[in-house]
Design a protein around this ligand. Structure first.
Ligand code: G3H
Ligand code: 13P
Ligand code: ZN
Length: 354
């Protein structure tokens, strides 16, 4: 099947009240794990590549891997998305390499460290949205800065994220401002800040409403019932994965992620895209460590990668089932980008903000 756009996929998810996980890709094994999981439960899926992934694998490799995955799994609707685009060039070059969707993250300036002004975010996101829509690609914007409500800081693990301490109001998306933002930028999906952050160290305890502000999502959804909301930093950092890593020589201090039940609650309140990278990394790393510890004489990388890929596949499958994505693949037939472009041009895909 031809790749599907984020907009088409999330419109379908909204119509049938499910959420779609967006898993990060850096290599072939992650791509296979995601697609095997999706195919096994007839789910559509979003694969996303960060700027880091694009420089790790290279655009040509990524583009060909995605084409190969689409060919290998012809019945699985697949959206290819740029994760955290930092400027126009990143977003447009992604589209040129076959991505059907981009995130323009204007919550931070292009250095991905400095919190941006509202005007900066509006201007750059509107510009990317206008250009992407000309060619039918979808756009996710972000309003509010990802970071911990416990510490006021963003995680530094992935080398991006706001620097310094942030005020509470910067870490929580304002519902009224969200309405203005969606209306002016015409984004297809809106990433919101609600106390989640990237990486494994999100919360120092099982999160309660004061540090994981699910009610903020509900307030945004009440004002923007027709806008697809996106939760970043949505790994659950499962205890069993922490335990496997630590049992086999790892050294991860006790930490807590976003409980899957809270994501399910978000899905009932307009969350349609759920970003998960850390859990996949942990699932694979646990198996690498186990193999290295239990079979120290082993030196065939495939012996490490097979159980690692299986563990990631199991994790992806679980999220596709829990989020209600499973069972929806066969219902979707990809709308070509040219047709999407026409729909943007005639205004029929304008965001409904009331
Ligand atoms: O945005 C966060 C994702 O986990 C990607 O991380 O930039 O290390 O590839 P990365
Ligand atoms: P996690 O680090 O919680 O997996 O979040 C990933 C993410 O938000 C990618 O954009
Ligand atoms: Zn993110």
């Amino acid at each position: 099947m031809a790749l599907i756009t984020l907009r088409q996929l999330l419109d379908h998810a909204a119509e049938y009240s499910y959420g779609v996980p967006a898993f990060n890709i850096n290599n072939m094994e992650q791509g296979l794990a995601i697609m095997r999981a999706a195919a096994s439960v007839d789910a559509p899926v979003i694969i996303q590549a960060s700027r880091g992934a694009r420089s790790y694998a290279g655009d040509i490799m990524l583009r060909n891997m995605i084409q190969a995955l689409a060919e290998m799994f012809p019945d699985t609707p697949l959206c290819m998305h740029q994760d955290h685009g930092n400027d126009e060039a990143t977003c447009l070059s992604a589209i040129r390499h076959g991505f059907t969707s981009v995130m323009m993250d204007g919550s931070l300036e292009a250095d991905m460290k400095t919190p941006a002004s509202y005007d900066y975010n509006l201007t750059i996101t509107e510009r990317v949205s206008r250009m992407a829509h000309w060619v039918g690609a979808s756009v996710e914007g972000e309003l509010g800065v990802l970071g911990s409500l416990e510490t006021g800081e963003a995680a530094k693990e992935d080398g991006s994220g706001a620097e310094g301490k942030l005020e509470m109001d910067a870490l929580l998306t304002d519902p009224d401002q969200a309405v203005d933002f969606v209306q002016k930028t015409k984004v297809d999906a809106l990433a919101i800040a609600c106390g989640t952050s990237h990486g494994a160290y999100k919360f120092s305890r099982k999160p309660t409403g004061d540090i994981l502000a699910m009610d903020q999502i509900e307030a945004i959804h009440a004002k923007l019932p027709n806008t697809h909301l996106v939760m970043h930093g949505s790994s659950s950092v499962p205890q069993e994965l922490q335990d496997i890593i630590n049992e086999f020589g790892g050294d991860m201090p006790q930490t807590y992620g976003v409980p899957v039940a809270e994501i399910e609650r978000g899905i009932r309140s307009g969350v349609r895209k759920v970003n998960i990278d850390t859990d996949c990394r942990m699932a694979m790393t646990g198996q690498f460590r186990k193999m290295a510890t239990q079979s120290p004489s082993q030196f065939d990388p495939r012996k490490f990668l097979i159980p690692a890929t299986d563990a990631m596949e199991a994790l992806c499958k679980d999220r596709l089932e829990r989020f209600g994505t499973a069972g929806n693949g066969a219902k979707l037939k990809a709308i070509p980008l040219d047709d999407m472009a026409k729909r943007y041009a005639d205004g029929s895909l304008d965001p409904a903000t009331s």
